[in-house]
Design a protein around this ligand. Sequence first.
Ligand code: ARG
Length: 490
Amino acid sequence: MTDEDASETAVRRDRFSGGPAREFLSSLAADAAIFEADLAVDRAHTVMLAEQGIVDDAVAGEILTALDDVEAAGHGELPDGEDVHEAIETAVIDRVGPDGGRMHTARSRNDEVATCIRYRLREDLLAAIEATLTLREALVGAASEHAETVMPGYTHLQPAQPTTVGHYLLSYEGGIARDTERLLGAYDRTNRSPLGGAAFAGTPFDVDRDRTADLLGFDGLVHNSMDAASARDFLAEGATACATLSTTLSGLAEDLIVFSNKGFVELSDDYSSTSSIMPQKKNPDTLELTRGVAGDAIGEATGTLSLLKGLPRAYNRDLQRAHASVFEIVDDVREAAEVAAGAVATADWAVEDLASAAGEGFSTATGVADLLAMGGMPFRTAHEIVAAAAESIDDDAPATAAAKVDEAAREITGEPLSAYVSSEEMEAALDPAHSVASRDSRGGPAPDAVAEALAASEARIDDDADTLSARRDALAAATDRLEAEVATYV
Ligand code: ARG
């Protein structure tokens, strides 16, 4: 490119983005999030151009040296531009002269920005994955400590059947394990390189797309060049995976808020807040914010899909508005998961109060019906008998419960309770701790079943932690490869 060509480019840019809509068009400020990504993409692309003989080694060296200088100056020192890609290119040309403009050979901002946002988002996703592991570890830690702590279990917010704190906490570990899987899936589909797709229609230059993908740590390509420049489904997938995680978190937060309100659990002061006027207050604010993040995350997922809906092929500028808010929500949800992990790890469960509440609301009724059915009665008849007795059984009278069930049994079947179960069996069924211990089906709350589930959860967390380290190691190795290549030119 001659000096004259370069100044014509500048004139052209001024004509199209120097008007009253300049600020509206520009994403430069928001692009701070992809400043580092863009530098990496520029470096990998320049190295590849040199290796393919598209740009001289000496010019590549000058461009790569300029990029180091631009990086040292920082995003805040970039010249004005429509976006970070244009601003960095201008900064390189300012340092190198018109030859700096060779950096943009065989690419477009369309494949460039798509590459940058994948490069950035994958880091955010890995951090979110790590937060899910931290939370799962906290849940498993507290669950193993409270594997035998009996508590009331609820449906419809009413006491339903006694369970254990360990069983309850592992229910969330199971959900969040799926959130980890979803985020890993989102990561794997995000981590593909669109670079080399150019504007959407490929390039006549002999580019090596696999080489840039490798230097940037991508696990392969978004093959079709039109798909490469246009696709943002990975943003929708990251946002929805986070919205789903945040929804799981909001349920956990809500439970803990309600449990702390009932005096079943005491949150650590570190995860509580107080009132500026009411001195006696200790409020579960961190959990309320955790619950609140779900609203934003659901909004973000909906917003991303709404922005993408109906966009024609190939590139449209609407896409510029798609990613910055996804980066933010992934961050917010990650933080919410970390806070939930801290709250769970430091919470103090009120073992005695939980035990005495566990039998409230005749919560052992199902166990009594099960017992009658085990004694040979059709379950539906047993249900009817216990339901009839339940109407007159109050919380503090387990002693009278057996007599009332006996009365109902005689009325409905004409036979006494003793035709089906012994009085010792009946007494045991009415005891919440015994009731829990009897439900030892796989995945159930009995201590043996919880112990088995704990071991399985721990193994699964270890596997996922290995997967996470492997992903991180692969990215770090690619960064080293790129640095080493760059060093041969500068
Ligand atoms: N900053 C833009 C984005 O984030 C990339 C610019 C591509 N512009 C264009 N007119 N094709 O999507």
